[in-house]
Design a protein around this ligand. Structure first.
Ligand code: 5GP
Ligand code: ZN
Length: 142
């Protein structure tokens, strides 16, 4: 099992520091974020240490992501949230502060509930040709 002795989430996995766990099995752990953006804000992690989405092997990703709907619905039932944001930050520019892959489940209660993601669509920033080239260059990698 990959683990990092300096990683705060590995310490939670290894029960070296406490957390309010909401789900646990042999591969995946979910626990309340220590800084609740909204009530029920939960982190879902693989027990093995991987830095972020770029380092996450596909089988570990499958283990984590396939449990997300069930955990999300349990949180939704308990909190009565009316929606949820599901996100994962990779690298500093995206807001990653803990370098052990995690998915944030942020229950939503209303437009003033504490969560805000600035999202500015740039509809005219790229030509159709630029988008076609971009898509085909990404597609060519598979
Ligand atoms: P990131 O900024 O990397 O996407 O998210 C890391 C999250 O981990 C933050 O929301 C932060 O509040 C949470 N966090 C950091 N340290 C701890 C901890 O010791 N326990 C828990 N439960 N959450 C933590
Ligand atoms: Zn770790």
């Amino acid at each position: 099992m990959r683990t990092d002795p300096n990683c705060i989430f590995c310490k939670i996995v290894n029960n070296e520091i406490p957390a309010h766990k909401v789900y646990e099995d042999d591969k995946v752990l979910a626990f309340l974020d220590i800084s609740q953006v909204t009530k029920g804000h939960t982190l879902v992690i693989p027990k093995e240490h991987f830095k972020n989405i770029y380092e996450l092997p596909a089988d570990v990703a499958a283990d984590v992501f396939k449990r997300v709907p069930t955990i999300a619905k349990a949180i939704q039932r308990e909190t009565g949230a009316i929606g949820m944001n599901v996100l994962s930050n990779a690298e500093e520019i995206a807001g990653q502060t803990v370098y052990h892959f995690h998915i944030h489940l942020i229950p939503r209660y209303g437009s003033e509930d504490g969560f805000g993601a600035k999202w500015i669509a740039q509809n005219d920033a790229f030509t159709k040709e630029e988008l076609a080239t971009l898509a085909s260059n990404i597609h060519a990698q598979f």
